[in-house]
Design a protein around this ligand. Structure first.
Ligand SMILES: [Zn+2]
Length: 346
């Protein structure tokens, strides 16, 4: 859930790569399998996903289905059918959720959406479709996937560049025009450095800390899952490992269940994809009056407060996308107040 901004020489190389990918006709009918699209650490190496891979494969597929559910809901709303807009109808769960999470307004009876809201809706749809497009690129090893942060090693500015060989190895602080001169950086074990923000920075405070389930580093084009995502968090919260069974039998969901209970590995995939492919952030948190509070806009209620604060913030917040898609995927319930209400058609 933590995101790091992009920089480095590598970013421009990736830009070239991505431009090439958009030009070449590499799109396939089926999503690229997880193990092809992502480079994995082999043979029990640091950051490997050996024991998590089965759950990740399943949830990857579910995450794509969840993403598609969000796209389908948006398209239904865009089609302008009155049943998607009537504010009191049982069928308006899509529009209500769109308004709650993105502050994209369900206009009054049978009226079309405003042009500003329509533009915002297109932007939201674009973030979801980027995730689908990415998965459809038939490109082996496009991203990196790790299941622990122990592949990241800190180097101080005076350490030798671990990528260099031969005599006169440069110091870490000297590489890339002194980018890492102040506090050094984190090395991913293959070819890239991620800049430290302060002296003595530790992995626990930066990467797989107590509240972190996964994080994306765009500089590395990587998604890293943390042990919390599989074992549960210290506060007792646990992601659903596979949401597909609940999707198939939504009678398992009880009235007033919090949507938070249905956070899953799939919804975390989706959250991270929006960082990786669409440069969303984890926006700062606000209370319901719009005052800044500590933490980031994670979870349904923080996302609702963020949307109240500003539509432009909501459409750039990763968890907002995850929550909207979760609600559209579990389509037998109206989740627009954050809890399961008014079961529909079961
Ligand atoms: Zn995040």
């Amino acid at each position: 859930m933590v995101l790091f901004s992009r920089y480095s020489v590598y970013a421009s190389l990736q830009a070239i790569l991505l431009i090439l990918l958009h030009v070449l006709p590499l799109v396939t009918a089926d999503p690229t399998p997880l193990d092809k699209l992502y480079t994995l650490v082999k043979n029990g190496g640091k950051g490997n996903c050996d024991s998590e891979l089965s759950d990740l494969r399943t949830s990857y597929t579910e995450g794509l289905a969840m993403t598609q559910a969000a796209i389908d809901a948006i398209d239904a709303i865009k089609s302008g059918k009155s049943s998607n807009w009537v504010p009191t109808s049982k069928n308006n769960r899509k529009a209500k959720m769109l308004q709650a999470l993105f502050n994209i307004k369900a206009a009054s009876l049978f009226k079309s959406i405003s042009s500003a809201d329509s533009a915002a809706l297109d932007k939201v749809r674009g973030v979801y479709s980027a995730a689908i497009d990415d998965a459809n690129m038939n490109f082996e090893g496009l991203h990196w996937l790790y299941c622990n942060d122990d592949y990241l090693t800190h180097y101080n500015p005076e350490d030798e560049d671990p990528r260099a060989f031969g005599d006169n190895k440069p110091k870490v602080g000297e590489i890339e025009n002194g980018r890492l001169k102040e506090f050094g950086g984190w090395y991913d074990g293959s070819f890239q450095f991620f800049k430290s923000k302060k002296a003595g920075e530790t992995r626990a405070e930066l990467f797989c800390g107590p509240g972190v389930g996964a994080f994306t580093i765009r500089t590395f084009q990587s998604i890293t899952w943390c042990p919390n995502a599989f074992s549960g968090f210290s506060n007792g919260h646990k992601y659903v490992t596979s949401i597909g069974g609940i999707k198939a039998d939504q009678k398992q969901i009880k009235k007033d269940d919090p949507l938070k209970n249905y956070e899953s590995l799939a919804s975390v995939w989706l959250h991270e994809w929006t960082h990786l492919q669409s440069s969303t952030a984890d926006q700062p948190a606000y209370d319901s009056s719009g005052n800044s509070i500590s933490g980031k806009s994670y979870g349904f209620f923080n996302c609702v407060n963020l949307a109240r604060k500003g539509q432009s913030l909501a459409v750039a917040n990763a968890d907002t996308f995850a929550y909207f898609a979760m609600a559209m995927y579990l389509e037998s319930w109206d989740w627009s107040n954050g809890f399961a209400e008014n079961s529909l058609g079961m």
